[in-house]
Design a protein around this ligand. Structure first.
Ligand SMILES: [Zn+2]
Ligand SMILES: [Zn+2]
Length: 324
């Protein structure tokens, strides 16, 4: 099969678009989608100048998604003095797994010549995920603990690094899964939060100064294409899944989406675009409500660590307490 855009041999076929692309045009198409998302989400406001560049912190796990995102952002902005990229890697304390992917991160940061910071649960919290899984005082999936600690460190360090933006490598499959899970759980509040946290033009995000805004510019690219891009570009990505991965519900949703996509190509795209539109409406609606009656969630400072929370003690500190 020939490439749709040249005489070359196609290395991939995307059922959702009907495209057959050669290696060159496939790479170009992935890069274009990331750059278009950067533009549409207005991640580089017009008034940014080289004298006061933006610091973009990329959550760099060493998996294919974050490695591909970092590489494309680097290539896009290599000549642009308005953007400074910093890779931020979190070591969870998972024997073997994270050490290998940390190597991938170090290799990539060296290759691209970008600043790279590594923080660990062990140094920050005095815990390792391998031990957390053993103890499991809250009787939860490993990912539930890990997600709380990772989010906390990402935002803390994004703030410490004076980040203007925190970017993560979520792909189309990740985002469609999350969207569908929120739908199926009927979690409208989570939809609004999702929108605030990661979507929509930055300029319209309003009064969130205490949080570093989030962005997910890889979210138009399906997982398989991210993997193929990492492969053809020979990027130092670590492919193995986390040994503690145990999100059973997400696994079911993933399988459901594979089947739907197989029979109805384009399903992931339509789920995500419908979700984003709806999440925007919900977020607007909630913003209006809290202006009217001041009835938003009561935010306060965690008694232990001072981070913003709706409770006496934040979730992270609660978990650390039960692990102590
Ligand atoms: Zn071609
Ligand atoms: Zn706390």
């Amino acid at each position: 099969m020939d490439c749709n855009r040249c005489e070359g041999e196609a290395i991939m076929h995307a059922a959702y678009s009907g495209a057959h692309l050669c290696e060159h045009h496939f790479r170009e198409s992935v890069e274009k989608r990331v750059r278009r998302r950067v533009r549409r989400d207005d991640l580089v406001p017009h008034d940014v100048t080289p004298d006061d560049p933006l610091t973009w912190v990329v959550g760099l796990s060493g998996g294919k998604d974050s490695v591909v995102l970092t590489r494309i952002l680097h290539d896009t902005f290599a000549e642009d003095p308005r953007i400074e990229l910093v890779g931020l890697t979190i070591h969870e304390g998972i024997e073997g797994y994270r050490d290998k992917s940390l190597e991938a991160c170090v290799d990539l940061a060296e290759e691209l010549d970008i600043r790279h910071e590594v923080v660990s649960y062990e140094e920050e919290f005095g815990i390792r995920m391998d031990d957390v899984v053993e103890d499991d005082p809250e009787n939860m999936a490993a990912c539930a603990y890990c997600g709380v600690f990772r989010r906390d460190l990402l935002s803390t360090y994004a703030e410490d690094l004076d980040a203007d933006l925190l970017l993560t490598g979520h792909n189309l499959d990740d985002e469609a899964q999350t969207a569908l899970m929120n739908f199926l759980e009927g979690d409208v509040a989570q939809m609004a939060k999702h929108f605030d946290a990661s979507l929509g033009p930055l300029s319209e995000r309003g009064d969130q100064e205490e949080f570093v805004p989030r962005a997910k510019p890889l979210r138009d690219v399906p997982e398989k294409e991210v993997a193929l891009y990492a492969h053809v570009e020979d990027l130092p990505a670590h492919i193995t899944e986390c040994p503690h991965a145990s999100e059973a519900y997400r696994g079911e949703i993933q399988q459901l989406l594979y089947d739907l996509e197989e029979n109805h190509p384009g399903t992931r795209h339509s789920i995500l675009s419908g979700y984003e539109e709806l999440a925007g409406i919900v977020a607007d609606d909630r913003a209006g409500e809290s202006e009217d009656d001041g009835d938003g969630p009561d935010l306060r400072e965690c008694a232990e660590c001072g981070s913003t929370t709706t409770r006496e003690v934040c979730r992270k500190c609660g978990l650390l307490e039960s692990l102590a």
